[in-house]
Design a protein around this ligand. Structure first.
Ligand SMILES: NC(=O)c1ccc[n+]([C@@H]2O[C@H](COP(=O)([O-])OP(=O)(O)OC[C@H]3O[C@@H](n4cnc5c(N)ncnc54)[C@H](OP(=O)(O)O)[C@@H]3O)[C@@H](O)[C@H]2O)c1
Length: 197
């Protein structure tokens, strides 16, 4: 009886922390499988959103988001997905929308559902050998950060009241591969693409 409750691999009580560590190591920053990318807009304090909504709507930046994510699977937390449906009236078009939720009863037409981030990434990788995108929000970015290979940031030279923030990233993403400065209606922002060194 006691044996049945222990991990066959490591002899530890189930669920085995060692197995979880190994699984996480295997899934994290891509080696030989689809790249994991995130296209994210943040303010000076890494602000992401407020009351379920985006903080800035910069037309050229929304175009860049579309351009970079188009054709690839995009993984979102249930709250971000519902916020997008609120804006667009439908899931993100021309991208497979993968929604992460703990609610087994949740569903939405045309959407792939995953009960964990790992499951979502595995499903994304089955669909696209090149790139899988992490579409946020804060909860999902925080969990996905160790798995992300490339961050395409829009850093907006502004601060706003926010209730969700992108996690600290500069220690992990030290290689700048692209930077471009822009301005829209007096609002300065930079596109900064970062990778791990
Ligand atoms: N600035 C940007 O680029 C950007 C991008 C995306 C989003 N946002 C903003 O971010 C905000 C939303 O972020 P948020 O952190 O509140 O919510 P979120 O990350 O979008 O969604 C959180 C939900 O995802 C599910 N979830 C999270 N971790 C999970 C796990 N390990 N396993 C299974 N399900 C999991 C849960 O859904 P259930 O409750 O259904 O179980 C949880 O409530 C909005 O304001 C949005 O506008 C900004």
């Amino acid at each position: 009886m006691e044996d049945a409750e222990r991990c066959a691999e490591h002899g530890r009580r189930l669920p085995c922390a060692e197995c979880r560590k190994l699984r996480n190591r295997r899934i994290g920053p891509s080696k030989g499988s689809s790249k994991i990318c995130a296209v994210v807009a943040i303010g000076k304090n890494r602000e992401l959103g407020y009351e379920g909504k985006l903080l800035w709507h910069i037309p050229d930046d929304l175009k860049r988001f579309k351009q970079l994510t188009l054709g690839h699977p995009i993984i979102m937390g249930r709250k971000t997905f519902e916020s997008i449906v609120g804006y667009l009236g439908r899931p993100l078009p021309e991208r497979t929308n993968i929604v992460v939720t703990r609610d087994a009863a949740w569903k939405h037409e045309g959407v792939i559902i995953a009960s964990s981030l790992e499951e979502a990434i595995a499903k994304g990788r089955e669909l696209d050998e090149q790139e899988v995108h992490i579409g946020g929000g804060a909860e999902i970015y925080k969990q996905a950060l160790p798995l992300i290979d490339k961050l395409c940031l829009t850093i907006i030279d502004d601060t706003k009241e926010a209730d969700t923030f992108f996690p600290p990233y500069d220690n992990q993403f030290t290689k700048k591969v692209f930077e471009e400065a822009h301005e829209w209606n007096g609002l300065k922002y930079r596109w900064v693409d970062l990778e791990r060194a």
